[in-house]
Write a new protein. Sequence first.
Length: 243
Amino acid sequence: MRIAVISDIHGNAHALDAVLAAIAEARPDALWCLGDLVGYGPRPNRCTRLTAAHADICLAGNHDLGVLGTIDIGEFSPDAAASARWTRAVLDPEARDFLTSLAPARSTTRAELVHASPRDPVWEYVVTAAAAQAALDDTKTPIVLVGHSHVAMAVVQPDGGKLTGGLAPYGKTIDLAKGRWLLNPGSVGQPRDGDARAAWLLLDFRAGSATFQRTDYDIAATQQEIRERGLPPGLATRLELGA
Ligand code: ZN
C-alpha cells in the first residue's frame, strides 16, 4: 500500500496540476489531502474540482471553513481575509458543496489525519517540540499527519524514547519502523520552508518508508493569475520565495 499525501493547495492550480502529474507517475494506491484547498490563490474552483476527483480522503482546512463562513475570518491576517472574501464571491456551487462535505479530522487504522493538530484540528500550528509531543500524546495511530503550517516536517518518537526530527527537505526518506511519526507533507500551493517547489509526501507501507517530494511548477503563471484577479500582491511575491 502506497499513499500520496498533499495539503494546503490554496487555489494554486499550476502547482496542483504539476503535483498530480508527478503523483500519477508514482502510481500510489490512494491520495489523501489534509485541507486548505482554497484561500490565497486564484483558482479555487479548479483546485476543488481536481481534488474532489482525485483524493480518496480529503479534510477541510481553516481557509476552506473561513470561505464557507463556518469559522470567523476575523482571526485571519489581512491578506488571508481579503482572499477569503474574494474566494467566497467566485466559488461555484459544486465547489461549495464539496467543501461543505469535508471535516478537519479523519481517522484510519494506519494514520490520524488532521488539518492543524489533533487537539485543535482547525487552528493550532504544530511547529514546536511541545506541540509535536502533544500531537503524538493525543493520538494512538503509528502515524499522525498534519498540514496547516506549510512546512514539511518529520518528527519521530521511538517506543518510550525521546522526540527527534524537524524540517524535512526534498528527498528526505524516513524509516516508519523507528517509532511513531508526526509528518507534515508541506504545502502544494504556498510552501513556507524556503523551497518554492510544490511539496508532497509519498508513504510506502510495504517498504516501511516515506519520502518527502518536491515538484517544479510554473510559479510565474500563478503569480500572473493572482495579479489579474486583484488579489493582494504579497500573495504573488511569497510564492517565488517559498515563504
Ligand atoms: Zn494553509
